[in-house]
Ligand binder design. Structure first.
Ligand code: PMP
Length: 424
C-alpha cells in the first residue's frame, strides 16, 4: 500500500475511515487499494482538488481515461444534452450508428464495432469470437500483459508463481492459455509450430503499457502478424490503454500492424465508462447472426455513444497528439534532468503520452527484465510525489492529456524537484 493513513490530511482521513465501514478497503476497485487514498472534491482540466484544499497535477488520468483532461466542456455539454432524451431504450438509436461510424473511420482498419462498458468485458467478447471463428480453444498470452480481472485472464506475476492472482479464482480457467515472454518471436514461433492447430488467438498489448511501457522490438509485431496468418490464428490487440492515445488508430496505426480484432476503452470516451471490440467484418459479423453471444444491458447507451462520438470527433478534428507529445517529451527530459541533478539513477522510458518512471538501469524489453529495476523504490517515491501535489500511480506509469500545458509542466517539475529534495 502506497500510503501511511496517519499521514493523510484530516478530511481525507476521516472520509476514508467512514468509507471503509461500508465498502471493503474503502475502494470499489482493488487497484485503488494501492492508490493515493485522498478524497477528491472536483477536477478540472489537468488538475485535481481534494477535500483538504490541496491541488495536484494529474498524471494518472483516472488510470488513463481522462485523455482530454477532466470535465472537458465540449464533451460534458454534448453528453448532458444527449442524456435529456433518456439514457437507455432497449432498442436502437441514431447515436449508436454515428458513434460506430466515427470509431471505425478513426481506426481506419476496422469494419465493425460492438460497444461494451469495460475493457474487461470487451476482451472476453474478443476471446469468445476468436474461439467461435476458429473452432479452437487455446489462446497465447504474454507475461506482464493485463487483460482484466476475470478468472480466465487474471494472473499473478512471476514473483508469486504465474498462476491465479486472487483467492476464489478458478485455477482451471487459466489452463487454456499459453503464457509466453513478450518481444521474443522465437518462443511464439515454437509454440505455434507445436500447437498451432489448437490455438484460436494470440492476445497482447501491442505496446506493454501496464508493465513498464515497453515498446515492441522493431519487426516483432510484423512477424507476429505473419505467424498468425500462417497458422490461421486470430490476432487480438488489447488497445484498452493504447487506443486513441498513441494516435487515432492506436498502436496498430503507430506500428503499422493490423490485428484481426482489437479492444478499446479508457481514452476512447474521455472518462465515460465505455469499451469497444472492433474488427474485421468476417469475424465481427458472427455476433450479428446470433450464433456468438455478446450482450449487456448498458451497451450502446445514449451516454456511452454520445461520449464516444464526442471524444473521437474531438480527437479527429483537433488532433492534439503533437502538443501532448511535446508536453510529454519535455516532462520526461525534465524528470531525467532533475534525477541526475539529485544523483539518483532515475529511469524514464516509454512514449511521451504514456511513460514509465523507475530506478535502475539496463536493457528493459519484457516483463522479466523490468523486474530487475528497483520498482519498490519508485513506489515509495510516488507516495511522496502525491504529498507534494503530483497525482501519480505507484506502479510508475505517467499519462499526459491534451489539457496539460506550460503551467502544469512548470508546476510538475518544481514539485518533482522539491519531492526529491525532501525525500532523500
Ligand atoms: N486491457 C488492458 C490493456 C487494460 O489496461 C485494462 C485496464 N487497465 C483492461 C484490459 C481492463 O479494462 P477495465 O478496467 O475497463 O475492465
Amino acid at each position: 500500500v502506497m500510503v501511511d493513513a496517519a499521514r493523510l490530511p484530516v478530511k481525507s482521513r476521516s472520509l476514508r475511515q467512514r468509507g471503509r465501514l461500508r465498502t471493503p478497503g474503502g475502494v470499489h476497485s482493488n487497484v485503488r487499494l494501492a492508490g493515493p487514498q485522498r478524497f477528491i472534491e472536483y477536477a478540472q482540466g489537468p488538475w485535481l482538488f481534494d477535500v483538504d484544499g490541496q491541488n495536484y497535477v494529474d498524471y494518472l488520468l483516472g488510470q488513463g481515461p481522462n485523455f482530454l483532461g477532466h470535465a472537458p466542456p465540449a464533451l460534458v455539454d454534448t453528453v448532458n444534452e444527449a442524456c435529456k432524451r433518456g439514457l437507455i431504450y432497449g432498442g436502437q438509436h441514431k447515436l449508436e450508428v454515428e458513434a460506430a461510424e466515427v470509431v471505425c473511420e478513426a481506426l481506419g482498419w476496422a469494419d465493425m464495432v460492438r460497444f461494451g462498458v469495460s475493457g474487461t468485458e470487451s476482451v472476453q467478447a474478443a476471446l469468445r469470437l476468436a474461439r467461435a471463428a476458429t473452432g479452437r480453444t487455446k489462446v497465447v498470452r504474454f507475461e506482464g500483459h493485463y487483460h482484466g480481472w476475470l478468472d480466465n485472464v487474471l494472473m499473478a506475476d512471476g514473483a508469486t508463481g504465474w498462476g491465479v492472482a486472487s483467492a476464489g479464482q478458478v485455477a482451471g480457467h487459466l489452463d487454456d492459455f499459453f503464457l509466453l515472454p513478450w518481444n521474443d518471436i522465437d518462443r511464439l514461433a515454437d509454440t505455434l509450430a507445436w500447437q498451432g492447430d489448437k490455438i484460436a488467438a494470440v492476445i497482447m498489448e501491442p505496446i506493454m503499457i501496464n508493465a513498464g511501457v515497453i515498446e515492441p522490438k522493431p519487426g516483432y509485431l510484423e512477424t507476429v502478424r505473419s505467424l498468425c496468418d500462417e497458422y490461421g490464428v486470430v490476432l487480438i490487440f488489447d488497445e484498452v490503454i493504447s487506443g486513441f492515445r498513441l494516435g487515432l488508430s492506436g498502436a496498430a496505426g503507430r506500428y503499422g500492424v493490423i490485428p484481426d480484432l482489437a479492444t478499446y476503452g479508457k481514452a476512447m470516451a474521455g472518462g465515460w465508462p465505455v469499451s469497444a471490440l472492433a474488427g474485421r467484418a468476417e469475424l465481427m459479423a458472427l455476433f450479428g447472426t446470433g450464433k456468438v453471444n455478446h450482450s449487456g444491458t448498458f451497451n450502446g447507451s445514449v451516454m456511452a455513444t454520445a461520449a464516444t462520438h464526442a471524444t473521437v470527433s474531438f480527437l479527429r478534428d483537433h488532433q492534439p497528439y503533437d502538443s501532448i507529445a511535446e508536453h510529454g517529451r519535455a516532462l520526461m527530459d525534465g524528470l531525467r534532468e532533475i534525477g541526475t541533478r539529485h544523483g539518483l539513477p532515475l529511469r524514464v522510458q516509454g512514449l511521451p503520452m504514456a511513460f514509465h518512471v523507475s530506478f535502475g538501469d539496463g536493457d528493459v524489453t519484457d516483463y522479466r527484465s523490468l523486474q530487475q529495476l528497483n520498482l519498490a523504490r519508485y513506489t515509495s517515491l510516488a507516495a511522496s510525489l502525491v504529498e507534494h501535489g503530483l497525482w501519480v500511480a505507484g506502479r510508475g506509469v505517467w499519462y499526459v492529456s491534451a489539457a496539460h500545458g506550460a503551467d502544469e509542466l512548470e508546476a510538475a517539475l518544481t514539485r518533482f524537484d522539491k519531492t526529491l529534495t525532501d525525500w532523500a
